[in-house]
Design a protein around this ligand. Structure first.
Ligand code: URP
Ligand code: ZN
Ligand code: ZN
Length: 472
C-alpha cells in the first residue's frame, strides 16, 4: 500500500514545514518539499491512496512510555486488556506503548516477562515494548537483567513505595543500579518514601479519616522529594542513568533539576493528571467520587501551585517526557474496594486515549510550543527508550506511525463521547480540547479515519528496544 499525505504541515521536534509524506508499505519513503512534490511523476495518481491534510498537522505517532494493561494491582486487575487499551491508544493518536511487565519477590523475572508476552502477543492494535518491574532484587533477578537487555527490555522499574509488595531497600536499589551501569540499562524509579507513607496512612485511618482525599494528604510532597533525592544519590554512586516516573511535586522536580544542573544523567517524567487535576477539584469531591482520581504519586493541592511549575519544568526540559501511567480501574467493584478505607482504593487513572489531546491543549493555551508537544509525547520517549531510528520522527526509513491532527477540530472527552478505554467512567469527563486526532497511521496502516477504527487486534508487534540514547 502506498499513501501520499498531501498539503499538511509536518511538525517534528526540530521544526515545522509544508511538505508531503510518501508512505510505502510500513515505512516513510520520502518527505517531499513543495518544489519536489512530483518526483517527476504524478504521484497523486500513482499511489494507492491520497490523504489531504490541508490545514492540519502531520506529526509522529505518540509514544506512551508508561502503561499498565491488565496488571494485577491492589487486589484487582487493571481493567484494560492489551486489546482494549491499545485500541483506545490508537483512537487518541498514540501508536506505541511501553508497558510494565511485573516481577514480585520469589518469582523468576524471565517467567514474568514471558507472561506479559503471552498477554500482549496477537492482541495489540499498535506496537508495544516492555519495561520490567523488579519487585524482588536478588542474585537471580540481577543476572536476569543482563538477559532481558539482550531481549530488548532495556529499562527496569524499582519502587521506593508499597512496602511488602514492591518496595526495594536502598541496598537492593544500589545493587540494581550497579547492574544497570554494567549492562547499559536504565533504572526507572517510583520515588515515594513508602515507609513514612504507611505510618501516615495508619494514623489517618485510626483518626477516622477514610475519604479518598486522604490518599493525597498522607503522601505529602516531602515523601516524593525525599525519595527523589535518595534515588538520585544512589544512582550517583553507581554512575547509572536514572528516570523518575510520574513526578507530581514541584519540590521533587526542583531536586532533580539541581542534580541535572550538576551534570548527572537523571530524567523526569510527568503525566497529564498532574498538569490539570488537583486534590481540591477532583480528589475532594463529595462522597466516594474522589476515588476515581486516586493514583500514586497523588494529585496535589492547587494551593501549593505545582501545576504551573510542572509546565515550566516541561519547557526547560527538567521534565523530559509526558506519559500517562495508564492504570485503569472501574468505579464499580474496583475503586469501590476502598469504600470506608482510602488505602484500599486501587491506585491508578486511565488516560492512554487522551494524552496527545490533553498536551496539545497546552500548545493552545500557550504553555509549550508545537514542537515541544511532539518532543515530549513522541521524540524524546523514542530516544529515551531505545526506539529512535524507527519511531518518534517523520523521516525516510522510519515506521509510518503518523497522526494527522486538526487544530480547527474539537474533542469533547467523556465516557459517552470519545471514550474507548475499558472503564465505566472517565477521569477527564467534560474536558474539551481545541483540536482533534483525525487520522492515525500505524506502520503504514490507516487505523483511525473519519471517526472510525479500521485496525485489528494483532496489528501491533513487539518492539525489541535498544539502549537509551541519553546514556553516557
Ligand atoms: O497509581 C499508579 N501510579 N498506579 C500504577 C502503578 C505505578 O506505581 O505506576
Ligand atoms: Zn509507580
Ligand atoms: Zn505506573
Amino acid at each position: 500500500m502506498t499513501i501520499l499525505i498531501k498539503n499538511g504541515t509536518i511538525v517534528t521536534a526540530q521544526g515545522s514545514s509544508q511538505a508531503d509524506v510518501l508512505v510505502d508499505g510500513e515505512t516513510i519513503a520520502a518527505i517531499l518539499a513543495p518544489g519536489e512534490r512530483t518526483l517527476g511523476v504524478d504521484l497523486a495518481a500513482s499511489v494507492d491512496r491520497v490523504i489531504d491534510a490541508t490545514g492540519k498537522y502531520v506529526v509522529p505517532g505518540g509514544i506512551d512510555g508508561h502503561t499498565h494493561m491488565e496488571m494485577p494491582f491492589g487486589g484487582t486487575v487493571a481493567s484494560d486488556s492489551f486489546e482494549t487499551g491499545t485500541r483506545a491508544a490508537a483512537w487518541g493518536g498514540t501508536t506505541t506503548i511501553i508497558d510494565f511487565a511485573v516481577q514480585k519477590q520469589g518469582e523468576r523475572v524471565q517467567d514474568c516477562l514471558a507472561e506479559w508476552h503471552r498477554k500482549a502477543d496477537g492482541n495489540c492494535a499498535i506496537d508495544y515494548g516492555f519495561h520490567q518491574v523488579v519487585g524482588g532484587v536478588d542474585a537471580d533477578s540481577l543476572k536476569a537483567m543482563d538477559e532481558l537487555v539482550d531481549e530488548g527490555v532495556t529499562t527496569f522499574k524499582l519502587f521506593m513505595a508499597y512496602p511488602g509488595v514492591f518496595l526495594s531497600s536502598d541496598g537492593q536499589i544500589l545493587q540494581a543500579m550497579q547492574q544497570a551501569s554494567g549492562n547499559g540499562a536504565m533504572i526507572m524509579m517510583h520515588a515515594e518514601n513508602g515507609s513514612a507513607i504507611d505510618v501516615l496512612v495508619a494514623q489517618a485511618l485510626a483518626e477516622g479519616k477514610t475519604d479518598p482525599k486522604y490518599h493525597s494528604l498522607t503522601r505529602p510532597w516531602e515523601t516524593e522529594a525525599e525519595a527523589t533525592n535518595r534515588a538520585i544519590m544512589l544512582a550517583r554512586m553507581t554512575g547509572a542513568p536514572l528516570y523518575i516516573v510520574h513526578m507530581s511535586a514541584k519540590q521533587a522536580v526542583n531536586v532533580l533539576q539541581a542534580h541535572k544542573d550538576e551534570g548527572w544523567n537523571v530524567f523526569g517524567e510527568t503525566c497529564p493528571q498532574y498538569l490539570y487535576l488537583s486534590l481540591e477539584d477532583q480528589l475532594s469531591q463529595p462522597g466516594f467520587e474522589g476515588a476515581k482520581w486516586v493514583c500514586s504519586t497523588p494529585l496535589r493541592s492547587k494551593a501549593e501551585e505545582h501545576q504551573e511549575e510542572l509546565w515550566r519544568y516541561l519547557r526547560t526540559n527538567d521534565l523530559s517526557v509526558i506519559s500517562t501511567d495508564h492504570c485503569p480501574f472501574c468505579f464499580k467493584e474496583q475503586k469501590e474496594m476502598g469504600v470506608g478505607d482510602f488505602s484500599k482504593i486501587p491506585n491508578g487513572i486511565g488516560s492512554v486515549e487522551h494524552r496527545m489531546d490533553l498536551i496539545y491543549q497546552g500548545v493552545v493555551d500557550g504553555r509549550i510550543s508545537l514542537q515541544r508537544w511532539v518532543e515530549l509525547c513522541s521524540t524524546t520517549p523514542a530516544r529515551m527508550f531505545g526506539l529512535y531510528g524507527r519511531k518518534g520522527d517523520i523521516r525516510p526509513g522510519f515506521d509510518a506511525d503518523i497522526v494527522i491532527y486538526d487544530p480547527a477540530g474539537r474533542t469533547e472527552i467523556g465516557y459517552h463521547k470519545t471514550h474507548h478505554m475499558n472503564m465505566d467512567h472517565s477521569a477527564w469527563e467534560g474536558v474539551v480540547i481545541d483540536g482533534h486526532v483525525d487520522t492515525v497511521l500505524s506502520r503504514g496502516k490507516v487505523v483511525i479515519d473519519d471517526n472510525e477504527y479500521h485496525g485489528a487486534k494483532g496489528d501491533g508487534v513487539f518492539l525489541k528496544r535498544g539502549l537509551s540514547q541519553y546514556l553516557i
